[in-house]
Ligand binder design. Sequence first.
Ligand code: ZN
Length: 91
Amino acid sequence: MTNKKIPMRRCVGCGEMKEKRNLIRVLKTAENEFILDETGKKNGRGAYLCKSVECLGKARKNKGLERSFKMAVPTEVYENLQKEMEMFETR
Ligand SMILES: [Zn+2]
């Protein structure tokens, strides 16, 4: 048994620490676009969310994404993220 440290990240929705691989990264690109980065390998500023529409809703309410990115997140971004998140959820 190797005692390898599991990377943990905090969900900006529910605020719980979870294994990184169970979370999805919300990424702000250089073009100021917000996308879901499934691989977690793209460059840019990121915040983590559970793969759950519920946590996205919580992040919207508690402004977790705004805090992470230090900027306003437009409504249409949340709507796009929600659509993408629904796809991840049903997969
Ligand atoms: Zn969460």
